[in-house]
Design a protein around this ligand. Structure first.
Ligand code: ADP
Length: 277
């Protein structure tokens, strides 16, 4: 049994050893859910949702408030494990392994599938230590190496130029938009492959929102991004694929352009045209 666990974990986490999908007919898929249901006690918030997330694409999850977008997003890196009475059934396939199984190492799952929340939540530490915290707890002790990770992560999050001369200042002194980019940098420092963003710009002003959107468009060259947004213009601007959620189900999924210009379902059309009651 121990060997199975070892092999499974290795399969999930040794990058590049096995292609996710090698079929020429498939766009490379970073992860997918198969019949995923999420329950809070007796209540089912997500009903057997199957979705595939193409690699190095942005997929937007849209839909009215309370329809399960955040619940579904949190399930993708087992964040719902932290919620009492929350139970997730079905499969979450990542690198050919079901990471919703008891064998998966949740700690490692969250390393590779990072998450950024709606409200910026930097630690009450310096900018440097916010970024270095994760890697140093995962064994990176060499100062130069840590510095390199901090610089690389801040550069990728388009924050380096603004903070490079004040790395030892408190992260709490940054503006809201800078704090959110810092949180993205903190997630990137763990070298994830997938980034889950839960309404990352909804607490920000329009200028900071624009910077986050630009950043997402940059990051998708390297990462697979799954974003919950209530802002349909934002979904249309930044995503490649869109899934429309309603009452815990995916009503429609497709290329963003198609969803917004030629939706196949009446509910989708009503929602995107603002006629949803
Ligand atoms: P959305 O992100 O689309 O606004 P949520 O995923 O937040 O939707 O919520 C989906 C449903 O699950 C709602 O009915 C909500 O009340 C319920 N829910 C969300 N979080 C919890 C929780 N921690 N405990 C119990 N019910 C929850």
């Amino acid at each position: 049994m121990a060997a199975i666990l070892e092999r499974k974990t290795e399969d999930v986490f040794n990058r590049g050893k096995q292609p996710v999908h090698s079929g020429a007919d498939l766009q490379k898929i970073a992860m997918e859910t198969i019949d995923l249901s999420v329950h809070y006690g007796e209540k089912t918030a997500i009903h057997q949702v199957s979705l595939r997330f193409p690699e190095k694409n942005v997929t937007a999850l849209i839909g009215p408030s309370g329809c399960g977008k955040s619940t579904y997003l949190r399930s993708l890196n087992r964040m719902n494990d932290e919620i009492e009475q929350c139970r997730t059934d079905g499969k979450i396939m990542y690198k050919q392994v079901d990471i919703n199984s008891d064998e998966a190492n949740v700690f490692e799952v969250r390393k590779q599938i990072g998450m950024v929340f709606q409200k910026p939540n930097p630690f009450a530490k310096s900018i440097f230590n916010n970024i270095a915290y994760g890697p140093s707890h995962h064994g990176v002790k060499n100062k130069q190496q840590l510095h390199d990770i901090v610089e690389e992560s801040l550069r990728k999050a388009a924050l380096w130029d603004e903070v490079k001369d004040q790395l030892h200042r408190s992260a709490l002194a940054l503006s809201g938009g800078q704090q959110q980019r810092l949180c993205i940098a903190r997630a990137l420092a763990m070298k994830p492959e997938v980034l889950l963003l839960d309404e990352p710009a909804s607490a920000l002003d329009p200028v900071s929102t624009g910077k986050i959107e630009e950043l997402i468009s940059e990051l998708k060259q390297e990462f697979t991004i799954i974003i919950v947004t209530h802002n349909m213009q934002q979904a249309a601007r930044i995503s490649d694929h869109t899934a429309f959620f309603y009452m815990g189900d995916v009503v429609e999924y497709g290329e963003t352009e198609q969803i917004f210009t030629n939706p196949q379902k009446q509910q989708t059309e009503d929602y995107i045209s603002g006629n949803f009651s």
